[in-house]
Design a protein around this ligand. Structure first.
Ligand code: C5P
Length: 226
């Protein structure tokens, strides 16, 4: 069986990472959560005080990028977790605070260039499933399978709200909904690598699909290309 590259893009909280992870496990491919990388850079910028409610010192972030090292390591259950400068930050990058600042950080071209380069290196040998916003358009424009996931903003916010509640985060549904809408807006209107459906991507709207149906639909598309 030949190995292919699978790019999964789409709006916030469409369940990209769930299906990407399932596919990678089934196919024995590497799964890369590119959003985790943008979130880790955001955590770095927050910790350094480069970004806050009142200011964003883009230049300081750009100048500090050489010290940002990111890597994925598997935990005991085999799930990849992200490390920022050698520290496991998998939990810290999933907070509402990071979600609020990640889209402005992801507009910075220097940040994108650095992360895209690393993502392309990770996908060099094929056999990779990567999810994000620009995977089919910029990172792997030649990917054999491109999926563009979609669902209504309310459906997406409900899923994300439940996830945050399960983790014990004190957020309201409206805060989550506003964040999802705001990120989609910034992600699709930014100048560098805006969120777009690639011309050859297959759109999957999962508002009415359960996880199993969604997995089997996309797995079949992958099998057709292997
Ligand atoms: O996938 P996730 O929701 O964790 O991504 C967080 C944010 O990172 C997105 O809202 C977007 O601003 C940015 N991102 C991006 N390009 C990617 C992946 C994520 O700009 N390939």
């Amino acid at each position: 069986m030949s190995k292919i590259t699978i790019a999964i893009d789409g709006y916030s909280s469409t369940g990209k990472s769930t299906v990407a992870r399932q596919l990678a496990d089934w196919l024995e491919y590497v799964y890369v959560d590119s959003g985790a990388m943008y979130r880790a850079v955001t955590l770095f910028a927050l910790r350094k005080g480069f970004i806050s409610e009142t200011q964003f010192d883009k230049q300081k972030l750009i100048d500090s990028l050489p010290e940002v090292t990111l890597e994925f390591r598997k935990n005991a259950e085999g799930k990849a977790e992200i490390f920022l400068k050698g520290e496991n930050v998998e939990k810290q990058i999933r907070t509402m605070e990071v979600s609020e600042y990640v889209s402005p950080i992801a507009t910075v071209s220097e940040v994108r260039r650095k992360l895209v380069e690393q993502q392309q290196r990770m996908g060099e040998g094929k056999g990779v499933v990567m999810d994000g916003r620009d995977i089919g358009t910029v990172v792997f424009p030649n990917a054999e399978l491109k999926i563009f996931m979609n669902a209504s903003a309310e459906t997406r916010a409900s899923r994300r709200f439940k996830e945050l509640q399960d983790r014990g985060d004190k957020v309201t549904f409206n805060e989550v909904l506003e964040n999802v809408k705001e990120r989609d807006h910034i992600d699709s209107t930014r100048k560098d690598s805006p969120l777009r459906k690639a011309g050859d991507a297959i759109e999957v709207d999962n508002s009415e699909m359960n996880l199993e149906d969604q997995f089997h639909t996309i797995l079949q598309l992958a099998k057709d290309r292997i």
